[in-house]
Design a protein around this ligand. Structure first.
Ligand code: DGJ
Length: 729
């Protein structure tokens, strides 16, 4: 890794292991983008930036030079209004109501390491030798606005991490109307746009479309990253596949409203930008105040989508996730939600836990319904006091009973919410997000607490902490089951009301930081009706997420495949559930359900006491196999082989870092007749190593397994799966 500034050409050059990112100071201080792609040894700036004279509909900020327009200059952090007509990265309103700003280069600084972002989640270093950071200071001298563009690169990860800081050094108020985290201009327009979209129970399906002139954007206006769009996009060369072609990934480390967009302009160039959604947002910056925008992790791959994903996986697993559980394998759990829903008592829980223990389970998780008067989803959120009707001897007693079985005990919370029917709401009706004299729209009979308020945040920290202190709880499932409406805060002045949604995120992050650091031995899993807030922001605090409420094995193929585009396996909660499946009514074999769930943090979510002896035997084998493989699955390199979005088959594999071991999973959804003898071409192996395929005689070369392939056995019936373990000899 290296960052240089060449005075003669005024170019900044960032080099990671495989990539280069080059910028140039142009004219009297514009920051131009020159290049991002495969690593080049040095920058020849005259070839990298070439501008053409355009017609009068691209205006010229320098009246003496009609070849120069910001409308055609590839830029790093563009504004609107002084000749660039494309999508701006930021917009600032002055006290006089105007929004024209003119940022020019002021200075730069190259630092060792990567500074943390105040109040926000971010990728990090463990020592300063791991990364370099370039800070470029831009300044608008008319209003004394300082904007610091930050670029970090890691020694061991091919990523460029960008963020922005706005500082009001003047004497008048400024209002940020738009404060995106990054913008980058590509000098052509022939790209595909890839993103992850869906809905509740159908999260992160892969979509790929060809860009054409105009703007393609994805966004959230829900006050959470959301099930519907994930804060991730990629630009792909037309020929890009899993293994080949150019891919530019953009992943926002943020959990609230976001915007990600690609605009192809009249000259067939592409501008990509990403950050907090300007919709419903503004931020008053008083003299002396700073606004920090979240970071975007940008990954370039010239070896297809697979390599981009593996870069994200390693970076997020090792330098975004934190804490004791980052590097440790995750326990196999059983969760009672789909087993009992709200209808349980201590004996029932102990029964499920006992059977779980017999089968090899390590952690029991008590889901929703243990507090207040929560016999259904209409009441008690906010009252984090055990329901003595269900658990007369309390949580400590139940947790101890589970512990006596030699299982850890985990507990569900939904701390950000309040039920109108709760003591908390009766006491503090102004503690929820609301707008005076307007309906407080409910969803699942609940309202959203106003986490932009410190008193509300303090309450949550106190309420959750006191439960965690009251019993031996070693795992928390932190749920969040609705999106924001009537977004307003009773404590904010009128001119700051549009700050509420972002202030909520800052409050949430501070609550999560406080609780997770106070309880370092508790494994936290986030959840939002499944994967409604599966984003890098939350992963900074909680190293795993409940992937989806849809636990059907067939549905999960797409959900887990899509999730794996960005997020490491160690972050994905994946459980075997009952049949007929509670979400889609489908019957799939226990084998397939097990094989799908084993491609993540494995567990069960059903009533194990109802299993036949034969099923129990199978579950025992699944769990013991998973325990042998989990280091490889959770921490190995993932290679996707067949996409569920393309056909009837799905396959992926996990390869150990030294390539001596791999685990391959293959799934066939519907039976097919009279096809060819099918082969699966593996990836990621060492072509020069020989491997033993468990259950087969002889040895196979890594080259043979990858180039010729592994025979897939004849599979009869729908919903089939096969797995293979291979080891080098
Ligand atoms: C939504 C979650 O995704 C489920 O797993 C479960 O915890 C329910 N909430 C409980 O209300």
């Amino acid at each position: 890794m290296n960052i240089t500034f060449e005075e003669s050409t005024k170019t900044f050059h960032l080099q990671t292991g495989d990539t280069s990112y080059i910028m140039q100071l142009y004219k009297d201080g514009y920051l131009a983008h020159l290049y991002w792609g495969r690593r080049i040894r040095k920058s020849i700036s005259s070839e990298l930036l070439a501008l053409k004279t355009r017609g009068s509909f691209s205006a010229n900020p320098d009246n003496e030079d009609d070849s120069f327009s910001l409308d055609t200059l590839p830029q790093e952090f563009p504004a609107y209004g002084n000749t660039d007509f494309r999508v701006p990265a930021y917009e600032v309103q002055l006290e006089n109501g105007t929004t024209i700003t003119d940022l020019k280069f002021d200075s730069y600084n190259i630092l060792k390491g990567k500074p943390a972002l105040k109040g926000l989640p971010s990728t990090y270093v463990e020592n300063d030798d791991e990364a370099l950071t370039l800070e470029i200071v831009m300044f608008d001298s008319l209003i004394d606005l300082k904007v610091v563009l930050s670029y970090s690169i890691f020694d061991n990860h091919d990523a460029i991490i960008r963020s922005v800081r706005f500082i009001n050094e003047g004497h008048t108020n400024l209002k940020l109307l738009r404060a995106l985290s990054m913008s980058v201009d590509f000098n052509k327009g022939e790209y595909d746009f890839m993103h992850l979209s869906g809905s509740w129970a159908r999260e992160r399906h892969v979509e790929r479309i060809a860009l054409s002139s105009g703007n393609k954007s994805i966004e959230s206006r829900r006050g959470a990253s959301g099930h519907q769009q994930n804060p991730f996009i990629a630009l792909l060369s037309k020929d890009a596949t899993e293994e080949h072609g150019e891919v530019y990934g953009f992943s926002l480390v943020y959990s609230g409203n976001f915007l990600a967009q690609a605009e192809i302009d009249q000259y067939n160039t592409t501008r990509v930008s990403m950050g907090i959604n300007p919709f419903g947002f503004s931020w008053l910056l008083e003299p002396g105040q700073t606004f920090q925008a979240p970071e975007v992790v940008m990954v370039y791959s010239c070896e297809g989508i697979g390599k981009m994903s593996r870069t994200y996986h390693k970076l997020y697993r090792t330098r975004l996730c934190r804490g004791k559980f980052r590097d440790t394998v995750r326990p196999v759990l059983v969760n009672n939600w789909e087993a009992t829903y709200f209808d349980f008592n201590a004996d029932k829980i102990e029964d499920i836990a006992r059977v779980g223990k017999e089968l090899g389970i390590e952690l029991f998780v008590l889901d929703d319904g243990w507090f207040g008067k929560r016999d259904n989803d209409k009441t008690s959120l906010g009252d984090w006091v055990v329901d003595k009707n269900k658990l007369p001897k309390g949580l400590r007693d139940l947790a101890s009973r589970v512990n006596k079985l030699d299982l850890q005990f985990g507990l569900w919370f939904e701390p950000e919410m309040v039920s109108p029917d709760s003591d908390l709401y009766r006491l503090h009706p102004d503690w929820c997000l609301h707008v005076p004299n307007r309906t407080r729209s409910q969803a699942r009979t609940q309202l959203v607490l106003d986490l932009s308020r410190t008193d509300v945040c303090d309450y949550i920290i106190e309420a959750v902490s006191s439960v965690l202190k009251s019993a031996p709880i070693s795992y928390v499932k932190w749920d969040m089951n609705r999106n924001m409406t009537e977004i307003g805060s009773s404590l904010l002045p009128a001119e700051r009301q549009l700050e509420t949604a972002h202030r909520y995120m800052l409050g949430l992050y501070s609550v999560m930081e406080s609780i997770t650091t106070s309880f370092p031995n508790v494994l936290f899993e986030s959840c939002s009706g499944g994967g409604g807030r599966y984003d890098p922001g939350i992963l900074f605090y909680m190293p795993q997420t409940w992937t989806s409420d849809d636990t059907d094995a067939v549905e999960r193929l797409k959900i887990q495949y899509g999730t794996s585009l960005v997020y490491p396996t160690s972050t994905m909660g994946c459980h075997v559930s009952d049949i007929p499946n509670h979400q889609v009514g489908r019957n799939t074999s226990l084998k397939m359900r097990g094989d799908v769930a084993m491609s993540g943090n494995f567990g069960y979510e059903l009533d194990l006491t109802k299993f036949s002896a034969e099923d129990k035997e199978q579950v025992k084998l699944q769990i013991s196999l998973y325990k042998e493989l989990r280091e490889l699955i959770q921490h190995g390199d993932m290679y996707r082989l067949l996409s569920p979005f393309i056909g009837n088959e799905t396959a992926w594999m996990f390869v150990s870092g030294d390539k001596t071991e791999a685990f391959i999973s293959y799934f066939k959804v519907l039976a097919a007749v009279n096809g060819p003898v099918e082969k699966l071409n593996l990836r990621g192996l060492d072509p020069d190593m020989d491997y033993n395929v468990e259950g087969k005689d002889g040895f196979y070369g890594g080259d043979e397994l990858m180039y010729s392939g592994l025979n897939i056995p004849e599979l009869n019936g729908d919903y089939c799966s096969v797995t293979w373990r291979i080891k080098s000899v």
